[in-house]
Design a binder for this molecule. Structure first.
Ligand SMILES: Cc1cc2nc3c(=O)[nH]c(=O)nc-3n(C[C@H](O)[C@H](O)[C@H](O)COP(=O)(O)OP(=O)(O)OC[C@H]3O[C@@H](n4cnc5c(N)ncnc54)[C@H](O)[C@@H]3O)c2cc1C
Length: 396
């Protein structure tokens, strides 16, 4: 369930392994709300292993080579991907809808793959203590899919997670994000721009003809910002991007601004008999470092590596599902801990004190020592324990 990065990649890998797979996606197309356009080096390596990297690069995209924050006291580069040992030393920026279309088009080459768009999963089929499939509603009524294994890859508000009664461990990130778009001109810089003002922070993501802007606010302050008015919001943003101030005039209605409640959570157990959760359904990722897509795809690859053989034999044991969680849980927990630290110690600290961004002493030291300074770039690019497609699936 769910045609996001996790569901699309898992379906492709299982289809390549000749396993009958049905992918149910609630939306009619992949052009959903903005969910990030980043394709990290680890995912590019996976695309390379599948023989898809070259074709993916033929789609119109841009590249991010460094993660640099502009502050009133000068730039701070926290990650330089060019120094990493990888075939792809950059983050590729590609509209996610195009990435998902690319992956599902590739999966459609296998006749054992079926994609149903506009299929909203509503119920789990439970029999003899096992999940045996789902019931979904489409424009032509109710349908049922029965399966050896049901995978919930239905994102941060996962219905499957709720229906199955999984217990969620939540943390409380101290920030929320206001999202909106402005025009991007051909002469603008490429990739990502991150600006910190005094008490404000802004991240701008290159979407080719538009900038997707994340204006970071302290959790719970949206009402206050709304009450101060759009004019005040435009003024505060213009202070950070004076060169684009005129373009902010296009921001005339609060309807153009959506509020994202930043969340970070994970389920304690990722599986039940006949059911597995992966991606945001298993662990909602904070947008810090933009690693959610990366992690969702790595979950999918780990699941395909471990489960393709049991699935071929129509026998997926609880121990197989447990192995998927064992492989992916600790990398997720570590990255969530690092995100929590960055949110609290760096971003929220800067927003609360009305000061500009200042990295803690240890982080500044880390970025100065030659053999240590690549660590942040490596973590952003690969996460912990990057997953590779197993040989049998690479050659399928
Ligand atoms: C505003 C925002 C910006 C982000 N920016 C970035 C970024 O720059 N880089 C990054 O790496 N991560 C980013 N993330 C996080 C990233 O989007 C997620 O971590 C990632 O998309 C998770 O992938 P997924 O496949 O698990 O879930 P999703 O991408 O959420 O996909 C879930 C899919 O399931 C479908 N679905 C939901 N319910 C049902 C149902 N009942 N039946 C059928 N289908 C259903 C949805 O329509 C959706 O297509 C961002 C998140 C948000 C909210």
């Amino acid at each position: 369930m769910g045609g996001g990065p996790a569901g699309a990649i898992l379906s492709l890998l299982l289809a390549r392994a000749k396993i009958p797979v049905t992918l149910l996606e609630a939306h009619e197309d992949f052009d959903r709300d903005f969910r990030g356009d980043t394709i990290h080096p680890s995912v590019l390596e996976i695309m390379y292993e599948l023989g898809l990297a070259e074709r993916l690069h033929s789609l119109r995209h841009s590249k991010i080579h460094t993660a640099t924050f502009m502050t009133p006291t000068g730039p701070i580069t926290v990650a330089d991907f060019r120094r990493l040992k990888t075939r792809f030393p950059y983050i590729m920026m590609l509209p996610q809808a195009e990435f998902l279309e690319f992956i599902t088009e590739e999966a459609k080459r296998y006749e054992n793959f079926r994609l149903v768009m506009g299929a909203s999963v509503q119920e789990l089929i439970k029999e003899d203590g096992m999940i045996r499939g789902v019931r979904y509603r489409a424009h032509d009524g109710w349908h049922e899919v029965r399966a050896t294994l049901t995978v919930g890859a239905d994102g941060r508000s996962s219905r499957v997670r709720r229906l199955a009664g999984f217990e969620l461990v939540k943390t409380s990130p101290p920030m929320d994000v206001l999202w909106f778009r402005i025009e991007r001109k051909a002469y603008d810089p490429e990739g990502v721009l991150a600006r910190f003002g005094r008490g404000h922070a802004l991240v701008m993501l290159d979407r080719l003809d538009q900038w997707q802007i994340a204006y970071v606010i302290l959790k719970g302050t949206y009402q206050q910002i709304h009450a101060a008015g759009l004019g005040e919001l435009r003024r505060s943003i213009a202070e950070m991007i004076p060169e684009m101030a005129l373009r902010l005039d296009a921001l005339q209605d609060w309807k153009q601004v959506s509020v994202l409640s930043v969340e970070s959570s994970r389920v304690k157990q990722w599986y039940l008999p006949g059911l597995l959760l992966i991606g945001d359904a298993a662990h909602v990722m904070s947008p810090i470092g933009g690693v959610g897509i990366n992690y969702a795809i790595q979950d999918a690859v780990a699941a395909a590596n471990i489960l393709s053989e049991p699935l071929k034999q129509h026998r997926v044991e609880l121990s197989d599902l447990k192995r998927v969680q064992r492989e992916r849980e600790w990398p997720t927990r570590i990255i969530q801990k690092i995100q929590a630290l960055a949110q609290e110690q760096v971003i929220a600290a800067a927003l609360r004190s009305n000061q500009t961004l200042r990295l803690p002493f240890l982080a500044r030291l880390l970025l100065k020592i030659p053999f240590l300074r690549n660590i942040p770039a490596r973590i952003m690019a690969f996460g912990f324990r990057p997953v590779h497609v197993k040989k049998e699936l690479q050659n399928a």
